[in-house]
Design a protein around this ligand. Structure first.
Ligand code: NCD
Length: 650
């Protein structure tokens, strides 16, 4: 049996843009081969298993057709409800077993995050053919493929996405992808079915996109001549929102400004099966007909739909050359052939792909937290699947924000604790660094209330007195010495890149750059690295295009060197962007004990500390602007309380 590499497609974001482009090239080739009636053998000997726990016509049949067309074969359970799932077999057991019968599994499942579970437990690659309301990446490949064919490119297009944007999983994958390709998105949601926050957050935070909201009146003008009423945007739909996305910073786009033209309408059906009460109908739902294409701004728009349609898309459009939905469905075969072909190419190359970005540390807080989403796979496969989370951004919030690692929904906690010290704290931003450390130590506890913390045997935290170990003058001197060392060691300042680890490392990096510039009259580019932002961890501080670090000397800057873990992650991020000639590590304070053997090249001050001590660097974020005496200082304090060992180690 030939073995494929374990390249799972759970989210459209699992593919890089060049990989998507490659899949399109393969799809073009396969479309031609199909046209010519060629007999292909690329997947000869491969077996694909289709596990569909939900109804499907296009996705399943086109995947199966694709595998047959490539000379492979398909095994399937005609109805998962007639399989062992009906006897209560877990998803994990099913994919584990089926993975030993097949080389590739395509799975569709009603639970949010189920594809991630399948991918984690299956020994072979898993393609997500739709998991609950979360994502449907292979449909997005078909959508993008046809949209680009019709419009020549994706960048800069304006796509209006209409209908049930809350439960429509095709829409979510499409939004992620269009945002990455630099298209503009205008959402036209059914009232109450807006794009969920977790989708907005992903593109807002990870891709730094800003959204603009337009009113009903403004929306109507999008199509030109007030024709958008053809979408039945009745006044009963009070909350209409648009979001404009672009590769470029969007600060130039005035809020609510309508795009010049609409290039595509992507219409979706009401996902009735996901409504709490399937029998209730909204008072009005988008009904898209030929009138919507009459406006001056929408005449050149193509009409797309993932199908199946219900009442939202008029049959009168079917013969209109702008209707693209049957092409989308037909593209299912060559595009899914291309996806399999891409997997074969990975296997032929023989090396595992680099992960797109290092995964954010995942953790299982104690006591076990339940995901707030009742359709999350963790709520339905709980016998073996413990809820797992990553940290979400919570700046400015007084609660710790967590994100379910399976369904992505956020939840928050007001109190955090440490499982060994059995202390708890009301969360605020200052604790964030500790929380990260406790995650690394697998010691994070989270609580909703004081009562819950106390019931779990936790006591409130008290800390020892603080002692200042560096004042503003000493910090300034230390930074000056760091800059001097860098300039002496690395006289070619033109080849330097300075990379600061967010947040304090970035502040120090900026100051170091000033000092290096003062000495060399060269202003090296300065990056920030956010080791907790998985999708977009690198930013160029001066704006502008991403910088290639290949062949350059990178000065990696952080405030306190403790275990070395953060530095290691930052290095991994850097090395994914290119191959620097050298990476030199500069830290303000080296605490002198670390779990990972990393030695800084430039150290502002060595401060040997005990594990029970904490070193905190406080820096004025804008010293140049401040009229006051600089507030910079470094403090150290101990955790005074005796550490009670927990009864059972985590
Ligand atoms: C979509 C799905 O299943 O999410 N269908 C498809 O795969 N083409 C869209 C839908 O069912 O509305």
């Amino acid at each position: 049996m030939r073995s494929l590499l374990k390249c799972d497609l759970v989210s459209i974001d699992d593919l890089t843009l060049p990989e998507i482009e490659r899949i399109f090239v393969l799809a073009d080739d396969f479309a031609v081969a199909l046209e010519r009636g060629e007999k292909l053998k690329a997947a000869d000997g491969l077996i694909m298993a289709t596990l569909f726990y939900e109804p499907s016509t296009r996705t399943r049949l086109s995947f199966e057709s694709a595998m047959h067309r490539l000379g492979g074969s398909v095994i399937s359970s005609a109805d998962m409800h007639a399989s062992s799932a009906a006897k209560g077999e877990s998803l994990a057991d099913t994919v584990r077993v089926v993975g030993s019968y097949a080389d590739l599994i395509v799975v569709r499942h009603p639970r949010d995050g189920a594809a991630r579970v399948a991918a984690e437990y299956a020994p072979c690659p898993v393609f997500n053919a739709g998991d609950g309301s979360r994502e449907h990446p292979s449909q997005t490949l078909c959508d993008l493929y046809i949209l680009r064919k019709r419009k020549g490119q994706l960048k800069g297009l304006t796509v209006a996405i209409c209908g049930d944007l809350k439960f429509g999983r095709t829409v979510h994958s499409l939004i992620y992808a269009l945002a990455r390709f630099g298209a503009n998105i205008v959402t036209v949601p059914q009232a109450g079915m807006e794009v969920p926050d977790y989708v907005l957050e992903r593109i807002a935070i990870e891709r730094n996109y800003r959204f603009s909201t337009v009113s009903m009146g403004e929306l109507s003008s999008l199509a030109g001549d007030g024709r958008l009423d053809a979408l039945y945007l009745t006044p009963k739909a009070p909350h209409q929102m648009a979001l404009f996305t672009s590769d470029l910073p969007l600060s130039d786009l005035p809020s609510g400004k309508a795009p010049a033209t609409l290039d595509a309408f992507y219409v979706t059906r009401l996902q009735r099966e996901r409504l709490p009460d399937r029998n209730t109908s909204p008072e009005s739902y988008v009904h898209f007909d030929a009138r919507a294409l009459k406006g001056s701004r929408s005449q050149g728009a193509v009409v797309m739909h993932p199908l199946p349609r219900t009442d939202e898309l008029a049959y009168e459009l079917d013969n209109d050359p702008r209707a693209a939905y049957f092409e989308q469905a037909a593209a299912g075969v060559p595009v899914r052939m291309a996806l399999i072909g891409w997997l074969l190419e990975q296997a032929a190359r023989g090396e595992q792909r680099h992960p797109l970005a290092p995964a954010a540390p995942r953790f299982r807080p104690q006591p076990a937290l339940r995901c707030a989403n009742s359709n999350c796979v963790t709520r339905h496969e709980s016998a073996y699947l413990a809820p797992r989370f990553t940290l979400a951004r919570s700046s400015g919030r007084s609660r710790l924000m967590l994100r379910c690692d399976f369904c992505e929904r956020e939840l928050s906690a007001e109190f955090v604790g440490h499982v060994r010290t059995r202390r708890f704290y009301r969360f605020d931003e200052h604790l964030r660094g500790y929380v990260r450390q406790w995650i690394d130590e697998k010691s994070l506890a989270v609580f909703e209330s004081v009562k819950q913390a106390e019931e779990n045997g936790y006591e409130p935290y008290r800390r020892g007195p603080q002692r200042e170990i560096m004042n503003a003058t000493e910090i300034a001197r230390a930074l000056d010495e760091l800059a001097a060392q860098v300039v002496t060691d690395l006289p070619d300042a033109g080849n330097l890149v300075i990379a600061g680890i967010i947040s304090h490392g970035a502040l120090i990096a900026l100051r170091l750059r000033e000092l290096i510039e003062a000495r060399t009259a060269v202003r090296p580019p300065c990056l920030t690295l956010d080791v907790y932002n998985t999708a977009d961890p690198v930013r160029l501080i001066d704006g502008g295009d991403e910088i290639d670090v290949t062949g350059r000397t990178v000065i990696l800057v952080d405030d306190v060197m403790h275990t070395g873990w953060t530095v290691q992650r930052a290095m991994a991020i850097l090395w994914q962007r290119g191959r620097p000639a050298a990476v030199k590590l500069a830290v303000l304070i080296d605490r002198g004990h670390r779990a990972i053997p990393i030695r800084p090249n430039y150290v502002g001050k060595n401060i040997p500390t005990a594990q029970s001590e904490r070193v905190q660097v406080r820096l004025d974020p804008d010293p140049g602007d401040s009229q006051h005496k600089s507030a910079d200082r470094v403090v150290i304090y101990s955790i005074l309380e005796s550490i009670k060992e927990p009864a059972a180690a985590p």
